[in-house]
Design a protein around this ligand. Structure first.
Ligand SMILES: [Fe+2]
Length: 112
């Protein structure tokens, strides 16, 4: 399935803001430490009804999946992931909407 990305990542429209998995604050952590992030689905809440919902959200390091969590109809619009911080990590979040496909975003991760 094709991965959706915003037309202009500096100016997301409301449709894009409902679909891009989103982390509000920059994440600052020491190398090797465990960190928990809260991912919003999305910056504007995506619907969570049987006809239209987020199927899953996944944390990636570049092309490698670290963890995938099911969401589903009636699910929460926030999902937490815990992982070990690594300077080499290329943070990526993917989420699949039941209608609008897979959406790809990053978040600001500073590992010291
Ligand atoms: Fe959708």
């Amino acid at each position: 399935m094709e991965i959706q990305q915003p037309k202009d990542s500096d100016y997301l429209n409301d449709f894009e803001r409902k679909h891009m998995p989103f982390v509000k604050e920059p994440v600052e952590v020491k190398q090797g430490a465990e960190v928990t992030i809260t991912v919003n689905l999305g910056e504007l809440d995506h619907p969570t009804i049987p006809e239209h919902y987020i199927k899953w959200v996944a944390l990636y390091n570049g092309e490698e999946e670290i963890e995938k969590k099911r969401v589903g109809a009636g699910g929460e619009n926030q999902v937490e992931f815990t992982f070990k911080a690594d300077k080499e990590m290329v943070p990526r979040l993917l989420a699949e909407c039941s209608i609008h496909g897979i959406w790809d975003n990053t978040f600001d991760l500073k590992v010291k």
